[in-house]
Design a protein around this ligand. Structure first.
Ligand code: FMN
Length: 456
């Protein structure tokens, strides 16, 4: 029996030409023999992650091309800055059909879809995948998303979180509305379901109204596994209250510790949930090779693919500020960002754990462009697992989301080289123990829905 903490792994990707490493579509090893929107590509990605004993794939998403940079989306389109990105839930059944154990986490925004439709979609996907679906709950932080849906202005963060609270409240009501034993399926009597056990949900809230029965029978997991990545104060509360796995990006152990201490205290003290019932998953990027020198050469080649204008378009989009108007040598330390606050911190603290060494706009763009500010682990399998162990044992990581570089190659290399090293040290499963994503991700730490819903 292993005594070291076992780690969880997720592959962090988008249903698009380029995920979270800007310019990687240009790399000679990217998508060799595949188009990003093909069935074969996603089947192969899923099978590769399952071979590498990942818990799941994390499909990130946003709803429209970023347009903050210079007030337009030209550089976003020109340099493939997460653009084009196709609809994420369309690939869930493809990955599900190609795999048996891999979880499939899909990012779906609460902002422009009614909770009734969202619940139906997620229940259907959980059925199709036999209980392997997670939902990364987001509220659309980017102005371009709001404009694409016909709004002039973005709703401020606080109100987005208020609305999202009510959104989940209604989702929980719908998912839990079919009681155990509701499905009778008795061919002799002709009774399929017992209406006395299928509640009519009647929700009359501030933001949503809904009256009716959930249209899907209970799926294997009942509710999808809830994932969250909000990192402002309000976002941390939301995650601590609702999530079963939380995602964060921190450049060093000190920042990881600050985060895990704060969020754990919210989980256990503020929301009265069981310690360990929420998994902390940190972003990392790995560049692996047989020798350190080879890995460094690989990394240098990746960095040479980054276009500065594309990098600036990306940080403008993620942080909601127009960096095209700023001097490339000015410092970013004191900027107030309306966009993703938590990810901005990965830049502020990129050079030292106290954030005292200033970071220029140009440096910020280039650091961020390689992998959203995640620590980049470059080296042999031993070097990489050494660092992962430090993040796990000293930084509180329960697992990692691995940001794609070139695909599917980076996941093939991880499965071939890093997975065996993790297993050799007892850090990673050698077979899947559960049949659902929740069982694999949470194991004995699984907490009942009632406990989550009733948390203060
Ligand atoms: C690691 C990480 C991944 C994220 N992925 C997405 C995403 O795919 N789509 C999205 O709309 N927001 C994404 N976000 C944004 C958040 O979930 C959240 O909506 C945003 O950070 C604003 O909330 P905050 O200010 O509380 O952080 C991500 C954030 C982090 C830290």
């Amino acid at each position: 029996m292993s005594t070291v903490k076992q780690l969880h792994l997720l592959g962090f990707v988008q249903h698009g030409v380029n995920s979270h490493a800007t310019g990687m579509w240009r790399h000679q090893r990217d998508k060799v023999g595949y188009h990003f929107s093909s069935v074969e590509y996603w089947q192969h990605m899923g099978r590769t992650m399952e071979r590498g004993m990942f818990d799941g794939v994390f499909i990130a998403d946003e709803l429209a091309p970023y347009s903050t940079h210079d007030g337009n989306s030209d550089d976003t389109v020109k340099y493939a800055v997460q653009c084009p990105t196709h609809e994420p839930s369309t690939i869930v059944p493809i990955i599900a059909a190609a795999t048996r154990h891999l979880g499939i986490g899909v990012t779906l925004s609460t902002m422009f879809v009614h909770p009734y439709s969202m619940c139906r979609l997620l229940s259907s996907l959980d059925h199709i995948s036999k209980g392997r679906v997670a939902w990364n709950v987001v509220s659309s932080y980017s102005k371009s998303e709001w404009e694409a849906y016909g709004f002039e202005d973005i709703t401020p963060r606080e109100e987005r979180y208020d609305r999202m609270e009510e959104y989940l409240e209604l989702c929980y009501k719908l998912w839990d509305s079919w009681e155990p034993g509701a499905v009778v399926a008795d061919k002799a009597s002709g009774v399929y379901a017992d209406p006395a056990k299928v509640k009519v949900v009647d929700h009359q809230g501030k933001y949503f109204k809904s009256k009716g029965r959930h249209f899907c029978e209970p799926s294997p997991q009942g509710r999808p596994v809830i994932w969250q990545a909000g990192s402002s104060g309000r976002g941390r509360d939301f995650a601590a209250k609702h999530a079963e796995a939380i995602f964060a990006v921190h450049p060093n152990v000190e920042r990881m510790n600050e985060y895990v201490t704060d969020v754990n205290s919210r989980i256990t003290k503020k929301f009265n949930r069981k310690a360990g019932s929420v998994k902390f998953i940190y972003g990392i990027q790995t560049v692996v090779a047989e020798t350190k020198a080879e890995a460094q050469a690989k990394y240098d080649r990746m960095l040479s693919c980054i276009p500065l204008e594309g990098a600036l378009a990306w940080i403008s989009g993620h942080f909601g500020l127009d960096f095209s108007k700023m001097d490339l040598n000015s410092h970013v330390q004191n900027l107030e960002v309306p966009g993703i606050q938590g990810l901005f911190e990965s830049i502020i603290y990129a050079k030292d754990p106290q954030g005292r060494i200033p970071v220029t706009v140009k440096e910020a763009a280039l650091i961020y462009a390689q992998g959203m500010g995640m620590p980049v682990l470059v080296g042999t399998p031993v070097d990489i697992v050494d660092r992962m162990e430090v993040f796990a044992d000293k930084g509180g990581a329960d697992g990692f989301m691995l940001a794609a570089t070139y695909t599917p190659g980076c996941f093939e290399e991880f499965a071939d080289m890093v997975t065996p090293e993790l297993q050799r040290r007892g850090r990673l499963r050698t077979s899947y123990s559960g049949s659902t994503l929740r069982e694999n991700l949470l194991g004995a730490d699984y907490e009942t829905y009632e406990a989550v819903s009733n948390s203060a």
